[in-house]
Design a protein around this ligand. Structure first.
Ligand SMILES: [Fe+2]
Length: 368
């Protein structure tokens, strides 16, 4: 399914170095990684692997609860931006209605800005913590989200420098964004579901700016952590199309030991006018029944009142045609959350004037 590709590794310590050669090596890894593959592996990222294992153990205790116990934390009213997302809820835009084979949990690792909370209540709701989870789950969750976020900020400063932009170009647009950390459980396939084309996650691109993936864990049918059961399952990423290879190449997203994977989302593609491309990715299910996989991701978003449009240097005629008209990041989020089945279609009605009925009411009054 995939070929081996030389996805570069960016060392965050190199990015912070005073040695110009180390900074240049890290910058070139970002340019090549984000420009050609849409992703880069990151070393010296500050995410504690042992703490991640403990966090996955505590999340397994939550997913093992009966559906009825988890149901109150499935918050459709919050467009599932906090708490539990039940199986068969989220749909990739490309999937033609086939929901992903997974259940998720969403937490914001930082406190919300109060103004943004009032302006976009579903994008900035308070966290939802199940009564059944312990302090270790909560603290481990927040710690993981913040470690990933900090690594993302350093990498984005490096990405700006790699593009010869001021270092805070991207990070300045992210402050108080609706960043969320997701942990998810890919569901076990029954014997009859094997080799039916069921995917754990249909191919898609992420709609945020940058996604950080600290690595998942497989569990065998007895629930014991184990290596992948076969070569069929896992994360595959599609590289940029070229004239010789218009479909791109599917690459297995297996970070080198000790590294995390960071991929470009739609917002970074738009800001750079396509210089960095959002990475299509798919999560394939194993060819063996009963296996599950836990995985997590931190999604960094533009602050919702920032304008999503190519930045000055990238505003070519083609980019303006491809990415116009400019929209607010919050509007873009609402539209996408409707597209992927998490927000109701009625959410779109809020994007225009919605008080036309007042005139109708007044005209009805004059008839009397
Ligand atoms: Fe994704």
């Amino acid at each position: 399914m995939s070929v081996t590709a030389q996805i570069p590794t960016c060392d965050l310590e190199d990015l912070q170095s005073t040695d110009p050669a180390r900074v240049a090596a890290a910058s070139s890894a970002i340019r090549e990684g984000f420009g050609r593959y849409g992703l880069v592996y990151v070393k010296n990222h500050g995410v504690d692997a042992a703490a991640l294992d403990r966090f996955y153990d505590s999340f397994r205790a939550f997913v093992a609860l009966p559906e009825a116990a988890k149901a109150p934390y499935g918050r459709g009213d919050l467009w599932y931006q906090r708490g539990w997302t039940p199986p068969n809820t989220e749909v990739a835009v490309a999937s033609g209605g086939q929901p992903d084979f997974k259940e998720c949990f969403f937490v914001a690792p930082y406190d919300n800005d109060k103004d943004l909370e009032a302006q976009y209540p579903e994008l900035y709701p308070p966290n939802v913590w199940p009564a059944e989870t312990d302090a270790e789950f909560r603290e481990g969750y927040i710690r993981l989200g913040r470690a990933l976020h900090e690594a993302g900020l350093r990498l984005l400063e490096g990405a700006a420098r790699a593009l010869e932009l001021p270092p805070s170009t991207f990070t300045g647009l992210l402050e108080n964004g609706p960043h969320v950390t997701r942990v998810l459980n890919y569901l076990p396939l029954a014997e009859g579901q094997l080799d039916q084309g069921i995917l754990w996650g249909e191919e898609h691109t992420d709609f945020n700016l940058l996604t950080l993936l600290p690595g998942g864990r497989f569990f065998d049918p007895a629930g014991v952590p184990a290596a992948a059961p076969d070569s069929k399952s896992g994360l595959f990423l599609r590289t940029r199309a070229t004239a010789e290879n218009p479909a791109g190449t599917l690459v297995r997203g297996a970070a080198p030991p000790g590294c995390i994977t960071v991929q470009v989302g739609q917002q970074l593609e738009i800001l750079t006018g396509g210089e960095f491309l959002a990475t299509p990715h798919v999560i394939t299910a194993p060819g063996t029944a009963g296996w599950t996989r836990l995985s997590s991701a931190h999604f960094m978003h533009l602050q919702s009142n920032q304008v999503l449009y190519p930045l000055g240097r990238f505003r070519t005629t083609t980019a303006m045609r491809n990415y116009g008209p400019p929209v607010l990041a919050g509007t873009y989020s609402i539209k996408t959350l409707v597209d992927i089945g998490l927000a109701p279609k009625a959410a779109l009605e809020k994007l225009g004037y919605r008080h036309y009925d007042r005139l109708d009411t007044q005209r009805a009054e004059t008839k009397d």
